[in-house]
Design a protein. Structure first.
Length: 271
């Protein structure tokens, strides 16, 4: 067992949201980055791609004057909606674009400097301030947040996952630290109560049953309701472009739906 918990990412990632076009085989679809670095990114999208597949990306960051074109490989994926893809870059742009991004975006530059390369096991970790908007953590992140609870040493947290934390779990831990959802100063913690709803265990009914009931109440097809629900998640996460895409798909299945139409109109001015 190592004395410290090591960050599995040898190069930094910063939490920036950029529209991205993803080409897989003969199809092209859109998404948005949740984090981005010279070695890879995490993307939220509507289409699932199996791990091991090769993709080509065109990433457009508002702070850069030109798009970033890179080849990559899917190293992990979370197929439940909204879909997440972990992508490792394998060629394309000179990595100098990342330095240019940090130079143009002070918040990204601060985030890059704040991510540690290792964490000492005796250090205690606490729940930081919960997200102001509804966001969806990955399963690994949610599991870590639940185990932290009112506060725990990193050694006890790591032991709860087994003799060594696997790479993806360690990556989730450092991601939560970078986004300050986990903090080391107890004074900066807001306690468990404000996290209770976000970290609630599975509902008594399935998501499909809940969606079917909401669809009946709204008078729209179940698939249109599923797309509308996904759009609301994207809105909460700040992914407005993806939200509009899902809403327009929902409208094709439920033409004339006043609620969906009004939501599209409100968002269109911002996208």
């Amino acid at each position: 067992m190592t004395s410290d918990i090591l960050n599995p990412r040898r190069v930094p990632r910063v939490p920036v949201r950029c529209p991205v076009e993803i080409r897989h085989r003969f199809s092209t679809f859109t998404g948005e980055t949740e984090d981005l670095g010279p070695g890879g990114c995490k993307v939220v999208t509507a289409r699932h791609v199996e791990p091991g597949r090769n993709v080509k990306l065109v990433i457009r960051c508002g702070t850069l004057l030109r798009p970033i074109s890179v080849a990559g490989r899917i190293v992990w994926s979370h197929p439940e909606s909204p879909v997440r893809l972990g992508i490792a870059f394998e060629g394309g742009e000179d990595p100098g674009w990342f330095d240019a991004l940090l130079a143009a975006d002070p918040a990204a530059e601060r985030a890059a400097r704040s991510v540690p390369t290792r964490l000492s096991r005796p250090t205690r970790v606490h729940l930081g301030k919960p997200p102001r908007l509804v966001v969806d953590f990955s399963p690994a992140e949610r599991d870590i947040l639940r185990r932290v609870g009112p506060g725990v040493s990193l050694d006890a947290l790591a032991r709860s996952f087994g003799p060594e934390m696997e790479e993806r779990t360690r990556g989730a831990l450092f991601s939560l630290v970078a986004r300050r959802f986990l903090v080391f100063d107890p004074v900066s913690s807001v306690g468990v109560a404000r996290w209770r709803e976000i970290l609630a265990d599975g509902e008594q009914r399935s998501a499909a049953e809940d969606a079917a009931e909401r669809a009946r109440e709204a008078g729209r097809p179940v698939e249109a309701q599923r797309l509308y629900d996904e759009a609301i998640l994207h809105i909460g996460g700040g992914r407005l472009g993806l939200a509009v895409d899902r809403l327009r798909e929902a409208l094709r299945l439920a033409p004339g739906d006043a609620v969906i139409e009004a939501t599209v109109e409100r968002l269109a001015r911002w996208t």
